[in-house]
Write a protein that binds this ligand. Structure first.
Ligand SMILES: *[C@@H]1O[C@H](CO)[C@@H](O)[C@H](O)[C@H]1NC(C)=O
Ligand SMILES: *[C@@H]1O[C@H](CO)[C@@H](O)[C@H](O)[C@H]1NC(C)=O
Ligand SMILES: *[C@@H]1O[C@H](CO)[C@@H](O)[C@H](O)[C@H]1NC(C)=O
Ligand SMILES: *[C@@H]1O[C@H](CO)[C@@H](O)[C@H](O)[C@H]1NC(C)=O
Ligand SMILES: *[C@@H]1O[C@H](CO)[C@@H](O)[C@H](O)[C@H]1NC(C)=O
Ligand SMILES: *[C@@H]1O[C@H](CO)[C@@H](O)[C@H](O)[C@H]1NC(C)=O
Ligand SMILES: *[C@@H]1O[C@H](CO)[C@@H](O)[C@H](O)[C@H]1NC(C)=O
Ligand SMILES: CC(=O)N[C@H]1CO[C@H](CO)[C@@H](O)[C@@H]1O
Length: 768
């Protein structure tokens, strides 16, 4: 045996020895230490505790916990947040009295965690949940937890962690963001429970309130949409004499998610590790829109994501004449309250409850008692039911009502004190205008004319729902797409420019980028996409072969992520309303980019709920939207489901012809029920695919096209479904299940009015 081989064997043995050391251990006791370079790993291998360096200065060493299987830095807990160790001499030990001590070379104590009780046999263990616990393990005694990292969160909330107060021991668990991406020390953004009489979770920027969740109403927080029931996570609020807290549980181990308070984005982000892109994907964040900004519209002003965002409540008028200069001045009563006799209340629905700093509650009062209680004190401005689940309890507000927001999901009604005569006043609209100078590059008309060869027909790329699209080349050689908005919108030029500036701010890798606009002729300038749109490929007999399954799946996931961004992440909450294959453009690497988003909004039609004018495309429209003009994010989900079926089958939903069905949804549904969904798959896709993945996509698409919007998943759930392998619920009957006979009836009983220019995009669908 030669020396080289012997060395090799020794090295392998050493490696084995060390790897078992670093992978196999999840506990330390008073007789073992954890030095820098060694780690503890939870028994299922999910979490790891050890030393890490952060950012530029590799010299700064911190003790922390992270997801072991995520290759980018993802620290979820840090012990010595603001006291890095300058070298690799750090040692974590459990001392004899049961305290955790982090020492550096000089023997100086960098960090300690102490329990009140003394321990005989202290053991530190990293659990599969990511919780680091210190226990006293003595035979015959129950193992009490002396200390746990979950009680001292840093910037991250993991599944099973609580945010909020344990009233019994006076522990208030709060989050504070990292100061900078490479500095775990406390930033100025914090989030925690404020123990007002009516407690609320408040996000602070330094000493300034930044965002409120809005008080617990027995079901959820009044300022947040109730989490839709889903199989991935469960959200719980606990509010009783012992504790008031928020907690969430992940129901599936296959997902890696966390809630992080992020200084950079100034928000609480719910992020998920996306194995495909090796990035953390944000799929919900708070504050979620401009109206979440604390006190944006001042007292008695309500905020709505629209322009102008601020309005005064009924019975109130703008406080200041020149509201243009200060938008947070708020509103004042048209008529002062009389106090007691002569006062009444107006019931307001659909509002996030006002700031509860000056509030009072009684858990057992009923609404009438609550009203009387409020009426008897002149400083009481409003009351509501504390717990809508039990329909009991009373909350009242003193002082002016601040931080109101229009929300669709409000469960509590707010009764606001008014002089009785005021109850008939008209809803007065705040005079406020968005007047900050929006940054958006403006293009001169003659530049655009030159670039597009005077809008020459050979430069025309196509005809979209809002007008024709031309290809252009700027003097510097940059290629652009010019969309000329031919529909009249009745909107002024300034509003148009502001609106475009708002949607131009939406930037995501799956959205087409807006480069600027030309306000003289209402044109939008987009980046040019060389590979046209998705319909150009999937519905074409030869070009369909350029998109194998893995490319199609990549496109599906990209569209889904783009929609999540529009629906949740962006500050505007955009409902697309015209998602279809021709609105999914492809860049030169065949990445999908959604186009035409925000246009419905530009036309002044974006106030969620009901609309007179239906903007959309037959075949993609959700039934409640096509027939009743009711739109919501769930109507986009429907369109996404249709698109998904088209990508899988290579067939158009509209114009789909089959002996028994006149649309693809009906066909897919029947095949599904007959247990042969694979017959739906495009033959070319079938050759290149992982069958289970395609079948899962069919399953997801059927969930998206369900008849009732409330049954359809949100786009963020869709992203979760696409990226995990959890079992999915069975879909219910889809919407637009038109078989040939009834289809005939529908087309003869509805009047398709003005199919705009391209004949596909409807502007109105009116039952006779
Ligand atoms: C643990 O570290 C301390 C301080 O460096 C040292 O005194 C002690 O001997 C170490 N114990 C073990 C078991 O390594
Ligand atoms: C690290 O270095 C800084 C500056 O040299 C010093 O102030 C600090 O005490 C050192 N920290 C430790 C833990 O040794
Ligand atoms: C253990 O550490 C704590 C905190 O540093 C200290 O107060 C205590 O005296 C230590 N106990 C022993 C036995 O060293
Ligand atoms: C914070 O948000 C920014 C912007 O969304 C993102 O780039 C960054 O990765 C986030 N940081 C963490 C720790 O998630
Ligand atoms: C709460 O209301 C109930 C029922 O009206 C009453 O009996 C009780 O005294 C009230 N509690 C407080 C603290 O006011
Ligand atoms: C009304 O409520 C305020 C705030 O709790 C309190 O300070 C004041 O004393 C009350 N006034 C009366 C008349 O009860
Ligand atoms: C049409 O539906 C009937 C049952 O409803 C089925 O027996 C028949 O095979 C279907 N035809 C085709 C072409 O799928
Ligand atoms: C599939 C396909 O047509 N891909 C094209 C996308 O655009 C780039 C750049 O124009 C071409 O190189 C690809 O062939």
């Amino acid at each position: 045996m030669d020396i080289g081989f012997l060395m090799f064997v020794i090295i392998i043995l050493l490696l084995l020895f060390f790897s078992t050391f670093s992978c196999g251990i999840d506990i330390i006791t008073a007789s073992t230490n954890l030095s820098d370079g060694r780690t503890l790993v939870s028994s299922d291998g999910r979490f790891e505790l050890g030393f890490f360096s952060s950012g530029s200065s590799a010299k700064s060493r911190y003790l922390g916990i992270w997801f072991k299987n995520v290759p980018v830095q993802n620290v979820v807990w840090v012990a010595n947040r603001c006291d890095p160790i300058n070298d690799t001499s750090g040692v974590l030990m459990v001392n004899n009295t049961g305290n955790l001590v982090l020492l550096s070379q000089s023997g100086s104590v960098v960090w300690t965690a102490s329990s009140k009780k003394e321990a005989e046999n202290p053991v530190l263990q990293l659990l599969d949940s990511g919780n680091l616990i210190l226990q006293d393990r003595v035979a015959g005694k129950s193992e009490t937890i002396l200390w746990q990292s979950f009680d001292y969160p840093t910037d991250t909330l993991l599944s099973g962690m609580k945010l909020g107060c344990d009233l019994r021991i006076g522990l208030n668990r709060r989050l504070s963001a990292w100061k900078a991406p490479d500095d775990p020390c406390h930033g100025d953004l914090t989030l925690g429970l404020e123990l007002y009489n009516y407690p609320d979770f408040v996000m602070w920027k330094g000493k300034t309130k930044y965002f409120r969740e809005g008080g617990f109403d027995g079901i959820g927080m009044s300022g947040l949409p109730a989490p839709e029931p889903n199989q991935f996570f469960t959200i719980n609020f606990i509010s009783n004499e012992e504790e008031i807290c928020f907690i969430y549980y992940l129901n599936t181990k296959s997902l890696i998610t966390r809630l992080v308070l992020n200084q950079t984005s100034s928000s609480l982000q719910y992020t998920m590790w996306d194995e495909a892109t090796k990035t953390w994907t944000v799929y919900a964040q708070f504050p979620s829109d401009d109206c979440d900004q604390y006190g944006k519209c001042g007292s008695y002003g309500t905020c709505l994501s629209a322009l102008p965002p601020c309005q005064c409540l009924k019975g109130f008028a703008p406080k200041s004449e020149e509201q243009n200069s200060d938008r947070s001045k708020g509103c004042v009563r048209n008529n002062p309250i009389a106090c007691q006799k002569g006062d009444g209340f107006i019931k307001f629905e659909g509002l996030k409850l006002p700031d509860t700093e000056h509030s009072w509650v009684n858990r057992s009062m009923v609404l009438n008692e609550c009203r009387a209680k409020c009426l008897e004190n002149c400083s009481c401005m409003a009351y509501t039911t504390l717990d809508v689940k039990q329909n009991r309890g009373c909350a009242i507000w003193f002082d002016d009502l601040l931080d109101l927001k229009k929300v669709q999901f409000a469960r509590q009604h707010l009764y606001i004190r008014m002089v009785a005569a005021d109850s008939g006043t008209e809803n007065s609209r705040g005079e406020e205008r968005q007047n900050e100078d929006m940054e958006i590059p403006l293009f001169e008309l003659d530049v655009i004319s030159k670039a597009t060869n005077n809008f020459f027909s050979s430069n025309k790329l196509g005809q979209g729902g809002f007008g024709p699209v031309y290809k252009g080349t700027l003097p510097d050689g940059k290629e652009i797409a010019v969309k000329s908005l031919s529909r009249s919108s009745g909107q002024g030029l300034v509003e148009f420019k502001n609106e475009v500036a708002l949607i131009a701010k939406l930037q995501h890798r799956n959205l087409v980028k807006i480069l600027g606009c030309c306000i003289e002729k209402k044109m939008l300038i987009y980046e040019y996409m060389p590979n046209k749109s998705l319909d150009f490929f999937i519905f074409d007999d030869t070009r369909r072969n350029l998109l194998d399954w893995s490319r199609r799946f990549h496109i599906i996931c990209g569209i889904a992520r783009g929609l999540v961004y529009l629906h949740q992440d962006s500050r505007l909450r955009i409902i697309h309303r015209d998602l279809k294959a021709s609105n999914v453009l492809l860049d030169n690497e065949m990445n999908p980019k959604i186009s035409d988003f925000g246009l419905a909004r530009t036309f002044g039609e974006e106030s969620e709920g009901n609309t007179e004018r239906v903007v959309g495309t037959y075949g993609y429209m959700a039934p409640e939207y096509a027939f009743d003009g009711q739109f919501s994010v769930k109507s986009d989900v429907f369109s996404f489901g249709v698109l998904l079926l088209e990508i899988i089958s290579g067939k158009k939903n509209r114009g789909f012809y089959h002996l028994n069905h006149s649309n693809l949804i009906g066909h897919a549904w029947r095949l599904w029920k007959e247990g042969k969904p694979s017959e739906l798959i495009d033959s070319f896709v079938l050759e290149s695919c992982t069958l289970s993945e395609v079948l899962r996509c069919i399953h997801i698409s059927l969930l998206c096209v369900q008849q009732h919007p409330e049954n359809r998943p949100s786009m963020s759930s869709v992203v979760l479904m696409l990226s995990s392998e959890t079992t999915l619920v069975q879909p219910k009957e889809p919407g637009f299940l038109i078989d040939k006979k009834s289809h005939e009836t529908i087309s003869s009983s509805t009047k398709l009015e003005s199919s705009s220019i391209n004949g596909l995009t409807l502007s109105k669908l009116e039952p006779r």
